[in-house]
Ligand binder design. Structure first.
Ligand code: PMP
Length: 455
C-alpha cells in the first residue's frame, strides 16, 4: 500500500482492510441490493464512478434530509460530501421544497417562456456581471455550449485547460499533461471521439509562462478555467496576480476566458467571479444552482451573445436541449437565488467552514504531518503536501489513494461522510454545528488510528 508522508504503509493497509470488513459486515441490505443491481447496471452501480468510491459496497441511501443521509441498513450519517456540491444547500432546504411543491401543481415542462426565466436571467446578470444567459440540463452541457460559442465567436478550434481540471463529460477536456509535459488523453478515456493533441492545450494552474507560450500562436478559442481549482473537492488557490495575468494574456491574444463556477459557488453569493472581481467572457455553472433539480447555466458577454444570436438565427447550431429551462428547474433556481444564496447563508457557511478547517489544522499540527488544509468559504480540503498545492498535477495520484479511502471509511463507519475522492468537506446552511464538532473529534481519532500515535 502506498502511503502519503507521515503514515506507515503497513498500518494503512491493515486499517483499510479492517474498515472495509467493518463496512460490509454492517450493511447486508446494501450488499444484497448491489448484487441485484449487478444484473442490470454496469458494475452494479447507477453511475460508473460510484464503483470507484472507497466503500466496497456503495452507500445505499434510503433518504436524505437536512445535511444527513440515512441508509437502507439503518445507519445515519452527517453528510459533508453533499453530492459533490450538487446538494450544497442541504437535501431539503425549505425554500426549495416549498417552491417545487407549488410548481408541481403548475406543470413541469412546457417548452415555452415563463416569468421565472426572466427573473432568473435578470438576477444572474446582476450577480455575475455578464449580460446574457442561457439554460442547460447540466454543468457539463454548460461547458460544452460555452466552448462551442467561443469557437463560433473567434473562428478558432482549439481550447486550453489547466492540468487535471475537471469540467464534466466533454471529450475535448479529457486531456492531461504526461510526466514529460505532453498533452495526452486523461487516463481511462481512450478511445473517445477527438484527438486531444489536436484540440486541446494543457498547462499547469499558476504557470503563467507556460500559459503565455500556449496562447502566443493565437490559435486558442478559449481558456476554460475554474477560478480556484477544486478537483474532487480540493482547494487550489490562484497565486497573487494570476487572474489579472490570465485576463491580460487572453485579451492580448484574442482568446476568450470561460470561468467555470460549478464548484466555486461556495465562495460567495456571486461565486469567485464577484469575490475576485473577475471579468470573464463566459461563465458556466450547474449542480447546486437549482437546489437538486438537474440544471446548468451559461452567461456571456455582449460580443459572444451577438455571435451566438447570428449563429442560431436559422438553425439549432448544436446548442440546447428539450429539458433545459424546464419550469421545475427554473422555479427552483428562483428560490435558490432569491432565498438561499443570501449574505446570511454565506456568513453561516463561512463560520462552519472556519471551525471545520481549524479542527483539521490542529490535528495536522498535533501529529506534525506534512499536510496542508485549505478553505474556500464553506469548502474545506486537505492535501498531502507540506504547503498549499500550486496546481492539481501535484495532487495526483493521491486523489483516490489508499489513505483517502481509509480515512473515508474510518469516518463513514462512524457516521460522517466526506467527499469520496478528495476527503474534502462542504458546509450547507442545514449543516448542524454539532456535526462539525463531531467531524473534528472523529478526524483526530482517525489520524490517531492511522498513525498509531496518540498525538
Ligand atoms: N465543472 C466542474 C468544475 C465540475 O467539478 C463538474 C463536475 N464535478 C462539472 C463541471 C460537470 O458537472 P456535471 O457532472 O453536473 O455535468
Amino acid at each position: 500500500t502506498e502511503a502519503p508522508p507521515g503514515l506507515d504503509p503497513k498500518r494503512l493497509g491493515e486499517l483499510l482492510d479492517e474498515e472495509r470488513a467493518r463496512w460490509i459486515e454492517a450493511r447486508p441490505r446494501s450488499a444484497a441490493l448491489r448484487e441485484r443491481a449487478r444484473r442490470s447496471q454496469i458494475h452494479g452501480t447507477p453511475q460508473h464512478w460510484i464503483n470507484q468510491f472507497p466503500p466496497p459496497v456503495p452507500l445505499t441511501v434510503e433518504r436524505a434530509a437536512g445535511a444527513r443521509l440515512y441508509d437502507v441498513d439503518g445507519h445515519e450519517y452527517a453528510d459533508f460530501g453533499l453530492a459533490g456540491t450538487a446538494a450544497l444547500w442541504g437535501h431539503d432546504h425549505p425554500a426549495v421544497v416549498t417552491a417545487l411543491r407549488d410548481q408541481l401543481g403548475r406543470g413541469s415542462v412546457t417548452l415555452w417562456s415563463h416569468e421565472d426565466h426572466v427573473w432568473v436571467t435578470e438576477e444572474l446578470r446582476h450577480r455575475f456581471g455578464l449580460p446574457f444567459w442561457q439554460f442547460t440540463v447540466s454543468a457539463s452541457d454548460a461547458n460544452r455550449f460555452a466552448l462551442l460559442l467561443a469557437k463560433v465567436t473567434t473562428g478558432r478550434r482549439r481550447i486550453l485547460i489547466f492540468n487535471r481540471a475537471y469540467h464534466g463529460s466533454l471529450e475535448q477536456t479529457a486531456a492531461v499533461l504526461s510526466p514529460d509535459g505532453e498533452v495526452i488523453p486523461q487516463p481511462g478515456v481512450e478511445p473517445n471521439g477527438v484527438d486531444v493533441r489536436e484540440t486541446t492545450k494543457v498547462v499547469e494552474f499558476n504557470d503563467l509562462d507556460a500559459l503565455e507560450r500556449a496562447l502566443a500562436p493565437g490559435d486558442v478559442a478559449a481558456v476554460l478555467a475554474e477560478p480556484v481549482m477544486t478537483n474532487g473537492g480540493a482547494v487550489i488557490r490562484p497565486e497573487p496576480g494570476f487572474h489579472a495575468a490570465l485576463r491580460d494574456l487572453t485579451r492580448r491574444t484574442g482568446t476568450l476566458l470561460i470561468i467555470d463556477e460549478t464548484q466555486t459557488i461556495p465562495a460567495g453569493p456571486g461565486g469567485c467571479t464577484r469575490e475576485f472581481g473577475l471579468e470573464p467572457d463566459l461563465i458556466t455553472m450547474g449542480k447546486c444552482i437549482a437546489g437538486g433539480v438537474p440544471a446548468g447555466l451559461y452567461g456571456m458577454s455582449d460580443t459572444v451573445a451577438a455571435a451566438a444570436a447570428r449563429y442560431t438565427e436559422h438553425g439549432d447550431g448544436g446548442l440546447g436541449s428539450t429539458m433545459a429551462s424546464g419550469p421545475l428547474a427554473v422555479r427552483a433556481m428562483r428560490a435558490v437565488l432569491g432565498e438561499v444564496m443570501t449574505d446570511d447563508t454565506y456568513a453561516r457557511l463561512d463560520r462552519l467552514g472556519e471551525r471545520y478547517e481549524r479542527d483539521i489544522a490542529a490535528v495536522i499540527a498535533r501529529y506534525d504531518l506534512p499536510w496542508h488544509v485549505g478553505r474556500l468559504g464553506g469548502r474545506v480540503s486537505y492535501a498531502f503536501t507540506p504547503g498549499p498545492p500550486r496546481n492539481a498535477g501535484r495532487l495526483y495520484p493521491s486523489v483516490g489513494s489508499a489513505a483517502r479511502k481509509a480515512l473515508w471509511l474510518y469516518m463513514a463507519n462512524r457516521g460522517i461522510v466526506v467527499n469520496a475522492m478528495s476527503g474534502g468537506g462542504l458546509m450547507s446552511p442545514l449543516t448542524a454545528e454539532a456535526d462539525v464538532e463531531r467531524h473534528g473529534a472523529l478526524f483526530a481519532e482517525a489520524i490517531g488510528a492511522l498513525t498509531g500515535r496518540s498525538g
